[in-house]
Design a protein around this ligand. Structure first.
Ligand SMILES: *Cc1c(COP(=O)(O)O)cnc(C)c1O
Length: 443
C-alpha cells in the first residue's frame, strides 16, 4: 500500500486558488453565479469568435443543436429501453418518439441494422464493447499512442479496467498504416478476441478487410473505434467499417460528426444486440440526457442533407493545408501520399522545439492546436512529444476553403520561423476570423 499524500491534487492549484478567492471574496452567491457566466462569455468571445480553432476533436454545432441542448426535455428521467413497458418511469411517450427518431436516423446515416444513442461519451461506448465482447484476462490488440492509439483501448483506459492483455497492432512508421505481414504473424500468435482500430491521430484508412479475414481464423472480432472519423464515415469520405467487416463501431458525436459531445454505437449482427444493449442499460447508462439525444437526432438529419459536401470540403481543406505547409518547408507527415485522407494534418515540429512549445506559441497568436505523439516518440517524450496535430473541421464549417488554407499556412510559417511576432499574427487572425462567423452545412 502506498501512502496517500495529504495535499495530493491533480489540478493546477494556482487556478483552483483563483476560484476559491472569487467564491470567498464575493459578497453574494448571485455574484458568484455571474462569475461563472462571465467566464463562459470570455471563452465564447475568445475561442468562439477570435480564434482559428484547429483542434482535431472539436466541431462547431449548428444553432438547432445548441438550442436543443438547453431544452426542457433535458430535465426528464427516462432510464431503460424505448416503450412504456421497458421504462422504469411513466410519462415518456414523447421521449420515446425523440429516441426512436434518433435511433432510426443513426441507422440510416450509418447504414446499420442497430444503433444506440445512450452513450454520454464515446469512452463509455468502448467500455460497453469490451464488457460485452471480452472476459478479464483476454488478449486484445490495439494501436499504441505514438501511432495514434487512444487510452480508451489501452491499459490506462476501459480495456485496462476490464483486465485485458493489450498487444500493439504493428504499424509501418513510414507509410503510417498497419504493417499487415507483421500483424498477421502477431495476431496468429496471440489470437486476440478483439482487434481494436481506434486512432486519435488518423491520416489513412486501415486494411480492415484483410485484418478481418485473419482474425476470422479464430472467430476474433474487429472493433472500429471511429471517434474521430465518424463524420467522414457518415459523409462517405472514409472507409465504411461495418461494410468492410467490422463487428461494431463506436464514435464521438462531437468530433467530425459535429453534433453534441457524446458517443454512439452501431452494429449489424443480431447476436450482438443483447450483449451490447444489456451492457449499455443497466450497466453503463442510466439518465442518458434526452436533450442531448434530441440534438444528436438533429445532427443526423443535418448529416443526411449536408454531410457529403461538408466532409468533402474538410478533407480538401486538410490536403490543401498539408500541401501549403509542406511548400513552406515545414515537415508534414504523409507528404508522399497527399498528406491525409481525413480532417487531420500532422506536423513534425522537432526542429521548432517540439509540440508543446509550438502549440503554446501558436495559441499566443490565437491559433489553437495540440501537441501530439508521432512515430519515433519514446515513452519519455510523452509530455513533450515532437508532433503537432491540426484539424480542419471547425474552419470548414465556418466556411473556409482552399485560399484560407494558404493564409493559415502563412501564419504558422511566420510564427515558426520567427518572421512575425505572435502579436502581429494575432492581428491578422482577428481580421480573418471576423469574416467567418457563420455556421455552414446546416438548415
Ligand atoms: C476522442 C476519442 C475517444 C473518446 O471519445 P469521447 O467522446 O471523448 O469520450 C475514444 N477513442 C478515440 C480513438 C478517440 O480519439
Amino acid at each position: 500500500m502506498s501512502m496517500v499524500e495529504t495535499n495530493y491534487e491533480v489540478h493546477d492549484t494556482k487556478v483552483l486558488n483563483w476560484a476559491k478567492e472569487i467564491i470567498e471574496g464575493s459578497p453574494s452567491e448571485q455574484l458568484v453565479q455571474q462569475e461563472v457566466i462571465n467566464a463562459v462569455e470570455r471563452n465564447a468571445i475568445w475561442r468562439g469568435q477570435e480564434c482559428l480553432n484547429l483542434l482535431a476533436p472539436e466541431a462547431p454545432t449548428s444553432p438547432a443543436v445548441r438550442r436543443l441542448l438547453s431544452a426542457e426535455v433535458g430535465t426528464r428521467a427516462a432510464e431503460g429501453h424505448i416503450g412504456s413497458q421497458q421504462r422504469w418511469f411513466a410519462g415518456t411517450k414523447y421521449i420515446d418518439e425523440i429516441e426512436s427518431l434518433c435511433i432510426e436516423l443513426l441507422k440510416k446515416v450509418f447504414d446499420s441494422n442497430y444503433a444506440d444513442h445512450r452513450l454520454v461519451a464515446s469512452m463509455i461506448g468502448n467500455m460497453a464493447v469490451y464488457t460485452a465482447l471480452t472476459e478479464p484476462g483476454d488478449d486484445i490488440m490495439t494501436l499504441s499512442q505514438p501511432f495514434g492509439g487512444h487510452s480508451s483501448n489501452r491499459n490506462d483506459g476501459p480495456a485496462g479496467v476490464r483486465g485485458l492483455k493489450v498487444t500493439d497492432v504493428p504499424m509501418d512508421p513510414v507509410e503510417l498504416e498497419v504493417d499487415l505481414d507483421k500483424f498477421a504473424a502477431k495476431a496468429r500468435e496471440k489470437k486476440p478476441k478483439v482487434v481494436s482500430l481506434g486512432a486519435s491521430m488518423t491520416l489513412f484508412p486501415f486494411p480492415l478487410k484483410q485484418m478481418k479475414e485473419i482474425v476470422s481464423e479464430w472467430e476474433g472480432k474487429i472493433f472500429f473505434d471511429g471517434a474521430h472519423q465518424l463524420g467522414l464515415i457518415a459523409g462517405g469520405k472514409f472507409q465504411d467499417p461495418l461494410n468492410e467487416g467490422a463487428d461494431v463501431m463506436t464514435g464521438s458525436a462531437g468530433k467530425t460528426f459535429s453534433g453534441p459531445q457524446s458517443g454512439i454505437m452501431v452494429w449489424d449482427d443480431v447476436n450482438l444486440t443483447k450483449p451490447f444493449t444489456d451492457t449499455i442499460f443497466p450497466t453503463l447508462a442510466a439518465t442518458h440526457q434526452v436533450n442531448r439525444v434530441a440534438a444528436l437526432a438533429v445532427s443526423c438529419a443535418e448529416f443526411l442533407a449536408f454531410g457529403k459536401d461538408y466532409m468533402e470540403q474538410i478533407v480538401t481543406n486538410a490536403k490543401a493545408l498539408g500541401n501549403a505547409l509542406h511548400q513552406r518547408g515545414i515537415s508534414v507527415l504523409g507528404s508522399d501520399k497527399d498528406f491525409t485522407e481525413t480532417h487531420q494534418v500532422i506536423l513534425d515540429v522537432k526542429r521548432f522545439g517540439g509540440g508543446y512549445e509550438v502549440a503554446n506559441k501558436l495559441a499566443e497568436a490565437n491559433i489553437i492546436t495540440n501537441k501530439n505523439l508521432i512515430p519515433g516518440d519514446r515513452p519519455e517524450d510523452w509530455d513533450y512529444p515532437n508532433g503537432l496535430r491540426i484539424g480542419t473541421t471547425e474552419i470548414t464549417r465556418k466556411g473556409m476553403k482552399e485560399p484560407e488554407m494558404e493564409m493559415i499556412a502563412d501564419y504558422i510559417d511566420q510564427l515558426l520561423n520567427n518572421r512575425e511576432t505572435p502579436e502581429n499574427v494575432k492581428l491578422k487572425v482577428l481580421d480573418m476570423t471576423t469574416s467567418f462567423q457563420k455556421i455552414h452545412y446546416c438548415f
